[in-house]
Design a protein. Structure first.
Length: 174
């Protein structure tokens, strides 16, 4: 199962939290193949997370995807790693969203009581809605706490320089 939530910007320009939903993996937005898997023979776990910003027309503007994998044994995280990817929407006339920077990693890779994988991505916009490039910018942060019992806890943040009515943020883990 995947856990996901949508947060939208209302007509009063305030965030509206959607319900947290459990969704079968095949129907969850942003999930990658192999999400939420565990190899019981080797003790390896894998979790995919997504952190996406859409406009009012449901066009994905910017996104950060983080895949975390870890092995457990004897009440410890014996190995951990992370891989991240980003996506952004370009406009046909060489304009739109662009990735400014991105990072990924884990805080403890071997022999840990727990580990945290994280990814960050900064995006800028210059295009039809802002020719100067000074108005819109999105920064996505994704964190996954990897536990020695094979469970995980996902955290997400998004920072928007400016926003618009109907923008919605979709986040989830599987």
């Amino acid at each position: 199962m995947a856990v996901q939530q949508e947060v939208s910007i209302g007509v009063d320009c305030r965030p509206r939290l959607g319900e947290v939903r459990l969704t079968p993996l095949g129907r969850a937005g942003g999930t990658a193949a192999g999400a939420g898997t565990k190899d019981t023979e080797s003790g390896w776990h894998r979790l995919s997370s997504w952190n996406e910003m859409y406009d009012c027309c449901h066009i994905r503007m910017t996104a950060l995807y983080l895949t975390s994998h870890w092995a457990t044994e004897g009440g410890r995280v014996v190995s951990a790693g992370a891989g991240a990817s980003q996506q952004w929407n370009r406009e046909p006339w060489d304009a739109g969203w662009s990735r400014k920077s991105a990072t990924e990693g884990v805080d403890c890779a071997t022999g840990c009581p727990a580990s945290r994988s994280e990814a960050h991505a900064d995006f800028t916009y210059r295009g039809i809605f802002d020719a100067t490039g000074a108005w819109y910018a999105n920064t996505h942060h994704s964190y996954v706490d990897l536990k020695a019992d094979g469970t995980a806890l996902c955290h997400f943040e998004v920072n928007l320089r400016h926003t618009f009515i109907g923008w919605n943020w979709r986040r989830g883990c599987a």
